[in-house]
Write a new protein. Structure first.
Length: 222
């Protein structure tokens, strides 16, 4: 079994994207297991253990996605996902909580953290948190603006909800928030240094996770 991703991983993902059917997948199952499933399991475990060791109070769980799509939600698509990911997050039955992730597809890979299905009430709580603690929010926004690994992503409201000023304007008016690093398949993806780079990235993002997590918990309580 492979311990890191390889060009064969990308070849498999392109093949699956172009041949999303059970016959092709069955003929290439061994490639899937060796070049995609095993490396992402090893990567996820290494990242998870490092993050859990450094931030034991975060209470994060490791989840690795399945390659199979939900048969009830195919909507004309093939039975297999054309990408795979792992996430570090806390399960919740209340307001959506933020989480860390890594994903790999045929034409890109990425990692980061954020809200991906936050409700309007959660984002309202986020704006209220900025209003309540503007100095903390501004310090986080300015530190984020000073780095070049992650991008602030997420759709914005057509009608702005307010303008707190400076670097906070780009945060305040988003319907969802994610902090993302994305790149085409490159030497790092196929390197043993990938895990360390992701761990460093998650370490940088932890204060932002704690910020968003606090918002989610308050939204749940309300």
């Amino acid at each position: 079994m492979a311990s890191t991703f390889s060009p064969e991983t990308i070849d498999f993902l392109w093949g699956l994207r172009l041949n999303n059917n059970r016959d092709w997948f069955g003929a290439n199952r061994s490639v899937y297991e060796a070049q995609l499933l095993e490396p992402i399991r090893l990567l996820g475990s290494r990242v998870f253990e490092a993050v859990r060791g450094e931030f034991p109070g975060a209470g994060l769980n490791l989840h690795i996605s399945r390659i199979y799509r939900d048969a009830r939600r195919l909507f004309g698509r093939g039975p297999f996902k054309d990408h795979l990911w792992f996430s570090l997050e806390q399960p919740s039955e209340g307001a959506p909580r933020p989480g860390f992730y890594f994903t790999i597809a045929a034409d890109h890979y990425g990692y980061g953290m954020g809200f991906y299905d936050a409700k309007a009430a959660t984002m309202q709580a986020f704006r209220e948190e900025i209003d309540r603690q503007p100095a903390r929010a501004l310090a986080l926004a300015e530190a984020f603006a000073a780095q070049d690994t992650f991008a602030l992503c997420g759709p914005e409201y057509a009608r702005p909800k307010g303008q707190p000023g400076g670097a906070l304007d780009r945060w305040y008016n988003r319907r969802l928030i994610s902090l993302e690093h994305e790149a085409p398949p490159d030497a790092l993806l196929f390197s043993s240094e990938l895990a360390g780079r992701i761990i460093d990235g998650f370490r940088f993002l932890m204060p932002y996770y704690q910020w968003l997590y606090g918002v989610a918990v308050r939204a749940e309580a309300e």
